[in-house]
Design a protein around this ligand. Structure first.
Ligand code: 5AD
Ligand code: SF4
Length: 441
C-alpha cells in the first residue's frame, strides 16, 4: 500500500498554518500515506503556503523553482500548493508553474486523498478552492510529532476585514469548533504527554459555539486540565472582553500572556485600517490587563508604511511603544495585497522610508525588550522546557508562563520538565539562568 505514498510537506506562515499541516497529515495518515521528512525520497511534495505579505509569496515561488530540479529527475513526483496562496491565486498558479499538479485551499483538505488518487490515475491536474462556512475539521485527528507543546485550532476564518489584510479572502468566514470536541482533543493530548496547549484562531475573541464563548471555553479547559498550561492566540483589541481578562486572572494554569496586534499608534491610520479602536482604547485594555495581572506578558504586531502614514503618524507609533513597553513586537513593512480595501489606496510610502521606519521601530523595541528583561535579573521563574536550544545540544530551551524564552545548561534535566530558574543573564530576545528547583507534579 505504500507505493508512491511518501509525503513531504513544508509549512510557511502562522501557527494556524502549522496546525493545518497537522490536519492534512492526519487525513493522509488515515489514508495509508507515509510521512517523510526527506524531500528527496518523497513521492509527493506539498507546500502549505502564506499570502500575508508579498515576501511570503516570493519565498514560495522561489521554492517552486528549486523543486523543478527534483521533478526533472522524478517524473511522477506530485507537487501541491496548499493553503492561503492556493486560495488567493487559484488557477493562475497552475498556468504559471508547470510543475504544480494540485491547488488546494484551506477548506478543502478532506479532498486531498481523492485529488492525489485522481492525479495518479488520470494524469489530470486538480484544483479545489471552495471556501466553506462550516468546515472546522473537528472530527479529524491531527498528526502531531510527540512533544510538550501542541496547537488546537478552535475557530477558523475571519470576519474583521482589516483594510490591509488578505486573510478574510484566503480563509473565509469565521466559524467555531464544538467545545466538546476541543476538550476531548485537549484531554487526549495531555494523556500523550503534552503540557502546554495553544488554542488558535485568527481572532479567538469571536469564538462562539452553542452558547459557549471564548472565556467560557478557556474556563472549561483550564478546569479540566490542571497542571497543563493553556495559552491562546490571537486576540483583536476591538472585542477583547473584561470577562476574558478575569478568567485568565482566576486560573493559575491559563498563561498570563496576550498577543494583541496594535498595528499603528495613530488614530488616523487605525481608522483607515478599519481596526475599530483608537490608541486610547488600546491603552485602556493594556491598563486593565496589567491591573488584574501585574506580570502579564504582552506582545504585538506593527505595520509601518501604510498608505498615507506621515512622519507624525510614525512618531505616534513610536511614542505608544515607549509608553506601553511590550515584551516583544513583530514588525512589518506594509505590503499591498490585491482585492483588499487598502489596495485601492496605492502604496504611497517609498520603500526606503518604509525600511527606515521599520529599522527605527525594531531598534526601539529591542531597547525596550532589553529594559524589560533586565528587570527580570535575579528573579526565580517557573519554566516549562520544550526543546534543545537551537545553539547547543547541551542546553535546553523553555518558556515562562508569560512566554519568555529561557535557556539553561541541560545537565540532568529533560524536555517536559517544569523547573524553577533563577535568571542570571539576559539579552533583548532571551533569558539565561540556573535551575533552583523542580516543580514537576
Ligand atoms: N502588510 C504588512 N503586514 C501585514 N500584516 C497583515 N497584512 C499585512 C500587510 N498587507 C501583519 C499584521 C498582522 C500580522 C499577522 O501580519 O501585523 O497582525
Ligand atoms: Fe499567512 Fe495569514 Fe494565511 Fe496565516 S492566515 S498562512 S499568516 S496569510
Amino acid at each position: 500500500m505504500t507505493d508512491n505514498k511518501k509525503i513531504y510537506i513544508e509549512t510557511y506562515g502562522c501557527q494556524m498554518n502549522f496546525s493545518d499541516t497537522e490536519i492534512i497529515l492526519g487525513i493522509l495518515d488515515e489514508n495509508g500515506y507515509e510521512i517523510t521528512e526527506d524531500v528527496n525520497s518523497s513521492d509527493i511534495i506539498f507546500l502549505n503556503t502564506c499570502s500575508v505579505r508579498e515576501n511570503a509569496e516570493k519565498k514560495i515561488f522561489k521554492r517552486l523553482n528549486e523543486l523543478k530540479k527534483i521533478k526533472t529527475r522524478k517524473k511522477d513526483l506530485i507537487v501541491g500548493i496548499l493553503g492561503c496562496t492556493a486560495e488567493r491565486l487559484k488557477n493562475d498558479l497552475l498556468e504559471k508553474y508547470d510543475i504544480v499538479d494540485l491547488i488546494i485551499g484551506p477548506d478543502e483538505y478532506r479532498k486531498v486523498p481523492a485529488l492525489l488518487k485522481n492525479r495518479r490515475e488520470t494524469g489530470e491536474k486538480g484544483i479545489a478552492v471552495v471556501l466553506s462556512e462550516m468546515e472546522t475539521y473537528d472530527d479529524i485527528l491531527p498528526f502531531r510529532k510527540n512533544g510538550v507543546t501542541a496547537f488546537i485550532s478552535v475557530m477558523r476564518g475571519c470576519n474583521n476585514f482589516c483594510s490591509y489584510c488578505i486573510v478574510p479572502f484566503t480563509r473565509g468566514r469565521e466559524r467555531s469548533r464544538n467545545a466538546g470536541t476541543i476538550v476531548r482533543e485537549a484531554e487526549e493530548l495531555v494523556r500523550s504527554g503534552v503540557k502546554d496547549i495553544w488554542l488558535l484562531g485568527q481572532n479567538v475573541n469571536s469564538y462562539r459555539c452553542e452558547g459557549i464563548d471564548f472565556p467560557e471555553l478557556l474556563k472549561i479547559i483550564a478546569g479540566k486540565l490542571p497542571g497543563v498550561r493553556i495559552r491562546f492566540i490571537t486576540s483583536h483589541p476591538y472585542d477583547l472582553s473584561d470577562k476574558l481578562l478575569e478568567i485568565m486572572a482566576e486560573h493559575k494554569n491559563i498563561c498570563k500572556y496576550i498577543h494583541l496586534p496594535l498595528q499603528s499608534g495613530s488614530d488616523k491610520i487605525l481608522k483607515v485600517m478599519n481596526r475599530l479602536y483608537s490608541a486610547a482604547d488600546y491603552l485602556r485594555i493594556i491598563q486593565r490587563a496589567r491591573n488584574i495581572m501585574p506580570d502579564v506578558g504582552l506582545s504585538t504586531d506593527i505595520i509601518c508604511g501604510f498608505p498615507g502614514e506621515t512622519d507624525d503618524d510614525h512618531k505616534k507609533t513610536l511614542d505608544l511603544l515607549n509608553e506601553i513597553k511590550f515584551d516583544s513586537a513583530f514588525t512589518f513593512a506594509y505590503s499591498p495585497r490585491e482585492n483588499t480595501e487598502a489596495f485601492e489606496l496605492g502604496d504611497s510610502i517609498p520603500s526606503e522610508i518604509k525600511s527606515e521606519r521599520l529599522k527605527e521601530i525594531i531598534q526601539l523595541q529591542r531597547n525596550i525588550s532589553l529594559e524589560v528583561h533586565n528587570k527580570m535579573l535575579g528573579k526565580i521563574l517557573n519554566v516549562l522546557f520544550e526543546s534543545r536550544s537551537k545553539r547547543s545540544d547541551k542546553q535546553l530551551m523553555g518558556r515562562t508562563d508569560c512566554n519568555k524564552s529561557v535557556i539553561i545548561e541541560k545537565g540532568k534535566y529533560e524536555i517536559g520538565d517544569f523547573l524553577d530558574v533563577k535568571i542570571e543573564k539576559v539579552n533583548s530576545a532571551t533569558l539565561f539562568g540556573k535551575v533552583t528547583g523542580i516543580t514537576n507534579d
